[in-house]
Ligand binder design. Sequence first.
Ligand code: HEM
Ligand SMILES: [Ca+2]
Length: 760
Amino acid sequence: MGMYIFICGKNTILRITLLLLFLLVFVSGCYNSGLDFLTEDILPALCPLLAETTSIIKDIFKSNTIEDGPITSDLLSECVRCGREISRQKTKRGNQLVNSGITLDVYPPGLMHFFPPSLPTDVKKASAASQEILAATKLMQMRIASSGATPNTFLSFLEHQVIRIQDGSSCKPVHITCHNSKYRSIDGTCNNQRRPAWGRSGAPFTRIATPRYADGIYTMPVAKSGRPLPNPRVLSTQMFSDQQIASRVFNYMNMQWGQFITHDLMLQVMEATDEGGIQCCLGEGVEVLHSEWQNDNCIPISVPEDDPFHRYHGIKCLNLVRSVTTPRDDCSLGYAEQMNTVTSYLDGSPIYGSDKKLASRLRSKSGGRLRQETRENCKRGFLPSVDNKSAVCDLRNTTEPCYLAGDVRINQTPTLALLQTLLLREHNRVADILASLNPLWPDEKIYQEARKIVIAEIQHITYQEWLPLNFGESYYRYYRISPSTLYSHDYNEDVNAGVINGFGAGAFRFLHSVIPDSIMTCPWSYHAAYLYKLSDHYFNPSLLEYSSESFDDVVRGIIAQPCNEADPFCTEEITNHLFKSRNHWGLDLIAMDIQRGRDHGIASYNDYREICGLTKATTFQDFSGEISQDRINALAQMYESVDDVDLFVGGAMERSVHGSMLGHTFQCIVAEQFYRTRIGDRFFYDNAEMPHSFTSEQLQQIKKASMARLICDNTDRVYYVQRRAFEVENSFNPKYSCDDYNAIPYVDLTTWRAPTLFDL
Ligand code: HEM
Ligand SMILES: [Ca+2]
């Protein structure tokens, strides 16, 4: 027997058997993303032993070990076994939903490509293990709460007492053996020799604040009152409207470098089922799916009836899915941590890859070079093509380019692909020079040395050029960089260079506000400029290859074009048209930033104020030292309590501190991150007295690297660049000829000539 349900848009007809419907109704009442479903009613079915445990747990703090306290190993293993069962049921249900027709197929390619259709095996395994542990934590919390203690009692207990899961779980504690290598590993392991798992791809994001999950473990946060937090789409339209104010200083390349280093430091991925990507909306977004048909990982953004934009398109739901979580390295019980699927070190991972298999695919295996493709009438190479173009790009036909690089986001915008192409060319340029200086060096040696040089250049440009420009010269001292000395001695193996969750799912995303609405191109003659709307070019980098001149035209354009001011105004290209493809509407990046912060349990703005040395507010007026009156009023209108304000929203409202584009709270988080990224990296380029350190002659050369030189050396016909290439051209920052090595110094690699034949 079957039943038909009509889902609007794209002639989608869902055929769901009554049996399945029954199952969904039964199960979905139980399964919500936060495990709230674990009511006593269903426990007996899934976990008989646990449900029968009725002994009253009086004072868990009296126990020092699992064995001598009320948390017996029997209770633990039952929670683990049951948590595993629950996690399996969730997976099964997710697959069934997709098989019954709740898929992403209704979307145009741009939107579809954003939601992963599947997860790599290791990510999937870690996610499943982490879901088991979260369910086990929740079960134990419930057992303890049933004895009269508050849910927080157990969580504070966990802060003092580590409960590790040993048997019966799919989680295996991370053990990594290191071999002494002169070079960074591809996956970031063994950078820290005492804690080899720190900063690796697949590591959990780190935290500097206790998360604000509603249940302390994994459920989406709610307001202090218990009511829902303000709708992220409403916050986006009300507080981040489109009023483009062009920067008078920074150019588009400055924004582009920011996105590139973001991609180097982090990638959070959304959950998927074994059968395909997760759809949380009805049809193309006409409604939020009824909870009975929602995957447990759904966190769709609902759009109100009176939305200033979507009401004209009948859109009431923007799809969004929870990020993959991962167990702690020791498999201990506790709240959810999200997974960073790339290396946290600033190590060129978007160019080289974050896993060995991809890294190897990207190499040409000769002369230390990376694979590149040639194009007629272009001297320099282009990124290699991806195998299955239509699976990752939004092309009109397959003759259009779609690239492969070390990072999956490579085709997101043409300008991201452009910057990565410049860096690919830089690697091959350096490799060729090294090969000619050292004709006996094998491929591996040239690859590793060229990679080391390119990473050093990226670190130098980021720390000496980009960070001080954007966040103020006084921040030199925070990053512990001294422009006047050659080496530094700051490496500290107690510092974890892992990415702080509040940085990735909060502070650094504020720079989404600087994204301009278009990409400018500028021909060789400089006689004209053309503007291309960003939203017409998501997932399609062909703008770089319209003709053999195009690549250089875009370079000239984006170093001339200003980006937007860092302020709470954002272009509709990202708030209404993100990844829109052939549709008239798209996703909302700002609403997504807010929802993502909640998904990751990012502590509130008020908590971060306190961490960053400001007074914790008790009234909205207490924000007045950092936030202007009209913005305080707007916050007070949107939020019930000062403690409810999301980090992303509160931080964005702050006035910027002197010399920086950020307010006090974001500045503090960003400074802390870049401090850790530098101090916690054993291979940081200017570290002294390490077996792998550059010689002083080499380091002197590396320190000549600049954005301007990177452009000069890796374009065919860009002959003039302003010396400070992250800033627009003006009388204080005029263009210089690339041949003028005084104005735009050249990194001379002759000191890499090996002194003896034996130094291979
Ligand atoms: C055209 C330019 C850009 C576009 C289209 C874009 C788009 C996106 C998208 C779609 C996400 C994932 C959202 C989610 O699922 O939660 C994201 C994440 C992020 N973006 Fe951007 N972005 C751009 C530029 C930037 C810039 C300039 C910065 C900072 C300098 C930045 C910082 C971040 C950060 C920190 C994340 C979180 C990354 C992660 O953990 O995976 N983005 N961006
Ligand atoms: Ca990295």
